[in-house]
Write a protein that binds this ligand. Sequence first.
Ligand code: 0L1
Ligand code: MG
Length: 255
Amino acid sequence: MIDIEKTALAVDEAARSATAIPQFSSSMDITVDEAYQVQALSLEQRYKRGERQIGIKMGLTSRAKMVQVGVDEVIWGRLTDAMLVDDGGEIDIANYVHPRAEPEIAFLMKKSLSGLVSPAQALAAVEAIAPAIEIIDSRYQNFKFSLADVVADNSSSSGFVMGPWARPDTDTSNLGVVFEFDGRPVQIGSTAAILGNPARSLAAGSRMLGAQGLSVEAGWIVMAGGVTAAEALRPGVHVSNTVENLGRVGFTVRS
Ligand code: 0L1
Ligand code: MG
């Protein structure tokens, strides 16, 4: 039987020290419900260190992402203020195990949401929309995990970068996305890759948090999920995401 507290402390320490650990599922039975309990408890450790939850990330919301990691369920994780990287800022690769980045868009909530809502109802709760980049970092060796493993590991959440905010009535159902490393496209796609429409990802977040008695809170950021597969980061690389009608966001990995 899984010890939720011990597992939460182990995954928190792996993230804090940027040290890869074996998958939990290779040595214990862990259900997805238990994995969300591990995630919640591991985040409590961060809050005790002074971090604050400022949103959620939706994960595996596109086919490309599901295929890349071999897990085909939508998941979610928690975002804290310490994970926010300034637009145009720098990260240090030493703070991560094996980081990757992926192009996303993000919603800023003006109203809370919980439970079953339609994509249109979800969008009505949005204050603004921005181009974004997620920096993911699985704490598991070789970036290999089961569904329960990745949920326990806060859905690989480790950093996010927000671009300029645009009006909430911007139609994001099918916007072109160009993801560049050092000014060269490494992935291109459309926001339609996010569950057919990113508004569906927001509605899924409302449903999934509601099922756990939680809400997507007003003032939070919701990362809608990767449009394309993620790309491995390397020292010195400049990463940018340009989304049609929304603009550009970027960061650099320190050399
Ligand atoms: O789409 C996502 O952000 C999924 C994160 C979990 C899987 C991964 O690490 O790529
Ligand atoms: Mg993502």
